[in-house]
Ligand binder design. Structure first.
Ligand code: ADP
Ligand code: MG
Ligand code: MG
Length: 868
C-alpha cells in the first residue's frame, strides 16, 4: 500500500502532484531550514481514494496520521488535546496547481470548552485564547458542518453594535467569551479533537468540489480529477498581541514587476484577516520601523526563496510574540506587465535563461499587457481613489453583486462590479466584469489576486466609498452618490475611479516587451504573418512584427463607400460587356490598394485571396438604398430586386462563393489577377520587392486550380508583351473543405502553398454553422459535450487530423509546398502549438495578435525541448 502521510521533512518541492503545491513547498522550506511550524501532508491520491470510495476515508488513514501526529507533538513540545499544554493545528487544502482561496482551510483545530481554558492559562492571554476559539468555531461550522458563515458575521456585528465596539481589536476576552456562547447555539461542535481532525480532513477533501473551485478549474483548464492534498500543521498565532501579526509579501511588485519587497502586514491579526481583506493592512515597511529584526528576517527569507525557486515568490508569514514563521510560499501571480519585466530582469540577473524567460510569460499575460489604458491626456472626473490592484482601464455600468454582473453581461452590457470586498463566491461575477472595485482589502486581498490573475482591471481598498447594497448606491466622502447602472471608469494603474466613459489608449510598448519578443523570434521556428486587408492593417502588422500577409481578403477592398456601388453595378450587370465596364473601374482601385500593400510589405510575401463571399452579400437590403442605387446605375428598382432575388441563396455558406465565382465569372478573376500582377510589376519598377501569392478559396478539386492558373498565365503573357519584368509569384490554395484535405495529393502538383482556412474547415467538418453555433455551443460546453469551442481553439482530433492527412499526402507527391493557417485559430496559443507540432511553416492572424503568436510560437518550440 502506498504511503499516504508525509512529514514535512519527507517531501520536497518536486512532490507537487502528490503533496499539492502548498504541502510540497512547506516540505521544501523545512528542508531549507526556514522557520516553518512543523506538520504533515496527506496525499492527493488519498483524496482520490476518498472520492472513489463514495466519500469515505480509507480505513487505515487515521492510524497512519496518528503516527505522524505523535512526531509533530514531540517536535513542538505540546500535545494535541491536552488542556495543560495544548497543540493546535491548521488543516489546509492544497492542489497540485495553485487555486488561491478556492478551497477550504480550518485554523485553530483542537480547541473545546476545556482546552480553551487551558490555553488561556498557559499563555496567560485569555483574550487571545477566546478569540482563537471563536474563529475555530466559525470556520469549522462553516466548512465542516455547513452552517452559513454569514450567520456568525451577523451575530458578531449585532454584538459589536450593541456593545459599542467597532473593530475586532476592541473586543475583550469577556466579549469573545460571550460570542462563543452565542456561536455554540448555531453549531453543534464535536468536543473530541481527534473527531474534529477527522471531520476536517474530510471536509477539505470535499472542498475540491465547491462551486467556486469548479468554476476556477474550468477557467484555468485544471484537470478535475487531480484532487487536493491536506496539510495538517502546528498553529502559530498572529493574534497573540501587539508583538504579533500576519502578512503577505511578494519578492517583486506583482503589478509592475519592480524589484522591491512588496507586501502588507496587520498587527495583532491572524493570517486569514489579511487575505480576507476585512481590515485594510499596512505596507510591510511598517514592520521595518516597529520590528526591525523581524523585517530583516523577512527580507533574508525572501531573497533565499527567490534564489532557490528562481521565480518571484508570494510568501505568507506570521509573527508570534516577535518570532517569525513562514507559512507558505508559491510563485506569485502577476500582471502581464510584471510578468514581462520580471522575466527579462531575471535573465539580466543571471537567474534564468532566455528560454525560461519565454516560458514565464503566458499568452494571457501578453494579452493583458496589451489591454487598453485610460488615456493620460483625457479629462478625468475623479470621485474616489483606491489601491491600483490590477492595471488597465475599464468602463462599465455599476453592479453590486456577482449575480447582477452576470445578468447585465448576458444582456450585452459591460459592467464594473462594486463590492465591499470580494470572496471566492464572487468569482463568476468577476469573470464577466470589465473591472472590479472594492471598498475594503489591500493589494493582496482576494479581489486583487484574482483580478490580476484574470487580467481584469481592479481597484481595491477604496475606503472613501460607502457602499449600501440595499439601496444600490455607493457614496463618496464628498457626497457624490453612484447608483446601480451609472457608468464609471476605473484606472487600475493609478487607482482612480472616474465618472463616465473616459477615453482609452493602447498600452505603449515597453523596452522589456521588445526584448522578450526578440527572444521569441530567436527561438521560434513557425513564421508569423498577419491577416490584413487595408494599408492601415498592414502598417500595424509590420510594426508588430508580422513577416508578411497571410491573408488579404480582396472583397474588403470593395466595401468602401465610393466603390460599393461600382461593385453592385458589376454584380447586377446582365451582359459581359456591361460587366466589363465596371470591372475596369474596379481594377483601378484594386491595383492601387494592392500596390500599397506591396510597398508596405516590401520584401515580404503578400497572400491575396481571390473574391470569396457570395455576391448577394454586396447588394443593398433596404428600399432607400435600393432606390439610391437605382438612380445611380440606371436600373429600375424592380430590375434590381429581381436580380437580387435570383442571386439569393438558401444556404449561402455552402453556396455560390469562393472559386465557384471564378468558374462562373472568369472575368472577375481576370480583373483581380491583372490588378495583382500589374501592381507587382509597378512595385518592381519603383524599386520594391513584391512577393505576391495568389490564393484560391474554397477549392474542392484540382481542375478549379487549373482554371485559375490558366487565367494567371494568360495575364502574365500579356504583361510580358508590354513590359519586361519578371514577377516572383506563387499560386496556392486554401484548404478549407474536407474534400480538398482528403484530396490534397491531387492538388499538390499544381500549387506552391496550402493555407488551412480553419474557420470553414471547422464549419464543414462539424456541420456547425459559424453564424448560428452561438445558440448551442454554450450549452455544449456546459454539458461537456465538447471541451472547447472549436471555432476558438482548433479541434485537434478531427479537423487537425484532416490537416495532418492533407500535409502528409501532399508532401508525398511534392516537396517544398509551404503550409500555413489563416483562420481565427492562427492567433490562438493552443492552436499555434498544434500548428507547430504539425510542422506548418507559418500562422497568420489579426495584426493585434501577432505579438502573442510570436511568443506562443516560441513557447511551442522551447516547450518541446529538453529543459536546459
Ligand atoms: P489558502 O490556500 O486559501 O491561502 P491557507 O491554507 O494558506 O489557505 O490558509 C489561509 C491562512 O491561514 C494563511 O494565509 C495563513 O495565514 C493561515 N494559516 C494557515 N496555517 C497556519 C498555521 N499553521 N499557523 C498560523 N496561521 C496559519
Ligand atoms: Mg495561503
Ligand atoms: Mg473560408
Amino acid at each position: 500500500m502506498a504511503k499516504r502521510v508525509y512529514l514535512f521533512h519527507e517531501g520536497s518541492k518536486d512532490d507537487r502532484d502528490l503533496l499539492g503545491g502548498k504541502g510540497a513547498n512547506l516540505c521544501e522550506m523545512t528542508g531549507l531550514g526556514l522557520p516553518v511550524p512543523f506538520g504533515f501532508v496527506i496525499t492527493t491520491s488519498t483524496c482520490r481514494e476518498y472520492f472513489q470510495a463514495g466519500n469515505k476515508l480509507p480505513s487505515l488513514l487515521e492510524q497512519e496520521y496518528r503516527v505522524a501526529l505523535d512526531l509533530v507533538e514531540k517536535k513542538m513540545g505540546a500535545r494535541f488535546g491536552d488542556p495543560d499544554n495544548p497543540l493546535l493545528f491548521s488543516v489546509r487544502s492544497g492542489a497540485p496547481v495553485s487555486m488561491p482561496g478556492m478551497m477550504n482551510t480550518i485554523l485553530n483545530l483542537g480547541l473545546n470548552d476545556e482546552i480553551v481554558e487551558g490555553l488561556a492559562r498557559r499563555t496567560n492571554n485569555p483574550r487571545f485564547a477566546y478569540d482563537s476559539y471563536r474563529r475555530f468555531i466559525q470556520m469549522f461550522a462553516d466548512v465542516v458542518l455547513d452552517v452559513d458563515g454569514h450567520k456568525f458575521e451577523h451575530e458578531l456585528q449585532r454584538y459589536k453594535v450593541a456593545h459599542n465596539k467597532s473593530l475586532d481589536v476592541d473586543m475583550s476576552a469577556d466579549d469573545w467569551r460571550e460570542i462563543i456562547a452565542i456561536y455554540k447555539t448555531l453549531a453543534k461542535m464535536p468536543e473530541d479533537p481527534f473527531e474534529q481532525l477527522k471531520l476536517a480532513v474530510e471536509a477539505v477533501f470535499r472542498s475540491w468540489h465547491t462551486p467556486r473551485a469548479i468554476v476556477y478549474r474550468e477557467m484555468n483548464n485544471i484537470d478535475d480529477s487531480l484532487g487536493t492534498a491536506v496539510t495538517v500543521q502546528a498553529m502559530v498565532f498572529g493574534n497573540f498581541g501587539d508583538e504579533s501579526g500576519s502578512g503577505v509579501a511578494f519578492t517583486r511588485n506583482p503589478a509592475t514587476g519592480e524589484r522591491q519587497c512588496f507586501g502588507e502586514y496587520l498587527f495583532n491579526a491572524a493570517g486569514e484577516d489579511v487575505v480576507a481583506g476585512i481590515r485594510t493592512p499596512l505596507p510591510v515597511s511598517a514592520l521595518a520601523e516597529r520590528m526591525p529584526a523581524v523585517y530583516e528576517q523577512l527580507h533574508t527569507t525572501q531573497s533565499l526563496l527567490e534564489k532557490h525557486y528562481r521565480d518571484m515568490q508570494d510568501i505568507e508569514f506570521t509573527v508570534q510574540d516577535g518570532a517569525f514563521y513562514v507559512l507558505q510560499t508559491r510563485s506569485g501571480k502577476r500582471t502581464g506587465r510584471a510578468a514581462i519585466k520580471i522575466a527579462v530582469d531575471m535573465v539580466r540577473e543571471d537567474l534564468i535563461t532566455e528560454r525560461e524567460a519565454l516560458m514565464r510569460v503566458s499568452p494571457e499575460h501578453v494579452e493583458a499587457f496589451l489591454h487598453p489604458m485610460v488615456d493620460p491626456a483625457a479629462k478625468r472626473d475623479i470621485v474616489a481613489t483606491g489601491l491600483p490592484a490590477s492595471p488597465g482601464g475599464a468602463t462599465g455600468r455599476i453592479v453590486f453583486s456577482a449575480e447582477e454582473a452576470e445578468e447585465e453581461c448576458a444582456a450585452g452590457h459591460t459592467v464594473i462590479l462594486v463590492r465591499r470586498e470580494t470572496t471566492p463566491e464572487d468569482i463568476h461575477g468577476m469573470r464577466v466584469a470589465a473591472g472590479v472595485l472594492t471598498e475594503l482589502g489591500g493589494m493582496t486581498s482576494h479581489a486583487a489576486v484574482v483580478a490580476r490573475g484574470m487580467g481584469v482591471c481592479a481597484i481595491t481598498g477604496c475606503s472613501t466609498l460607502g457602499i449600501d447594497y440595499a439601496a444600490g448606491t455607493a457614496t463618496t466622502v464628498d457626497g457624490v452618490t453612484l447608483r446601480r447602472g451609472d457608468v464609471i471608469t476605473l484606472d487600475g494603474t493609478s487607482g482612480e475611479v472616474m465618472l463616465g466613459d473616459i477615453a482609452k489608449i493602447e498600452a505603449s510598448d515597453s523596452d522589456d516587451f521588445q526584448v522578450l519578443l526578440g527572444w521569441a523570434d530567436k527561438y521560434r521556428r513557425l513564421r508569423v504573418r498577419a491577416n490584413a486587408d487595408t494599408p492601415e492593417d498592414a502598417v500595424k502588422a509590420r510594426e508588430l512584427g508580422a513577416e508578411g500577409i497571410g491573408l488579404c481578403r480582396t472583397e474588403h477592398m470593395f466595401f468602401a463607400a465610393e466603390r460599393i456601388d461600382i461593385m453592385r453595378a458589376m454584380i447586377l450587370a446582365e451582359t459581359i460587356e456591361e460587366r466589363q465596364v465596371f470591372l475596369d473601374q474596379l481594377l483601378v482601385f484594386q491595383h492601387d490598394d494592392i500596390l500599397k500593400l506591396f510597398k508596405i510589405m516590401d520584401g515580404l510575401p503578400v497572400t491575396i485571396r481571390l473574391l470569396d463571399p457570395p455576391l448577394h452579400e454586396f447588394l443593398p437590403q433596404h428600399s432607400e438604398d435600393i432606390a439610391a442605387l437605382s438612380a445611380k446605375i440606371g436600373k429600375s428598382v424592380k430590375q434590381i430586386r429581381d436580380i437580387a432575388e435570383r442571386l439569393a441563396e438558401v444556404n449561402p455558406m455552402l453556396g455560390f462563393r469562393g472559386c465557384r465565382l471564378s468558374v462562373v465569372y472568369p472575368e472577375i478573376t481576370q480583373m483581380q489577377v491583372k490588378a495583382i500582377m500589374g501592381a507587382a510589376a509597378e512595385a518592381i519598377e519603383a524599386g520594391y520587392r513584391p512577393y505576391p501569392e495568389i490564393m484560391i478559396p474554397l477549392v474542392v478539386n484540382v481542375r478549379e486550380i487549373r482554371l485559375i492558373t490558366d487565367i494567371i498565365d494568360k495575364c502574365i503573357q500579356e504583361m510580358a508583351r508590354a513590359k519586361h519584368v519578371s514577377i516572383p509569384y506563387k499560386i496556392g490554395t486554401m484548404m478549407e473543405t474536407p474534400r480538398a484535405a482528403l484530396g490534397a495529393d491531387r492538388l499538390a502538383p499544381e500549387v506552391e502553398f496550402m493555407s488551412f482556412g480553419t474557420n470553414d474547415l471547422t464549419q464543414m467538418t462539424y456541420g456547425f454553422s459559424r453564424d448560428d453555433a452561438g445558440r448551442f455551443i454554450p450549452k455544449y460546453l456546459k454539458e461537456k459535450l465538447i471541451d472547447m469551442d472549436p471555432f476558438v481553439s482548433l479541434d485537434q482530433r478531427a479537423v487537425g487530423r484532416l490537416m495532418q492527412i492533407a500535409i502528409n499526402e501532399s508532401r508525398s507527391k511534392k516537396k517544398g509546398i509551404k503550409y500555413g493557417i489563416c483562420g481565427e485559430h492562427g492567433g490562438d496559443p493552443r492552436s499555434i502549438k498544434f500548428c507547430h507540432d504539425l510542422g506548418l511553416d507559418y500562422v497568420s492572424c489579426s495584426p493585434y495578435r501577432v505579438p502573442i503568436a510570436r511568443i506562443a510560437a516560441a513557447q511551442a518550440n522551447v516547450g518541446g525541448e529538453q529543459p536546459d
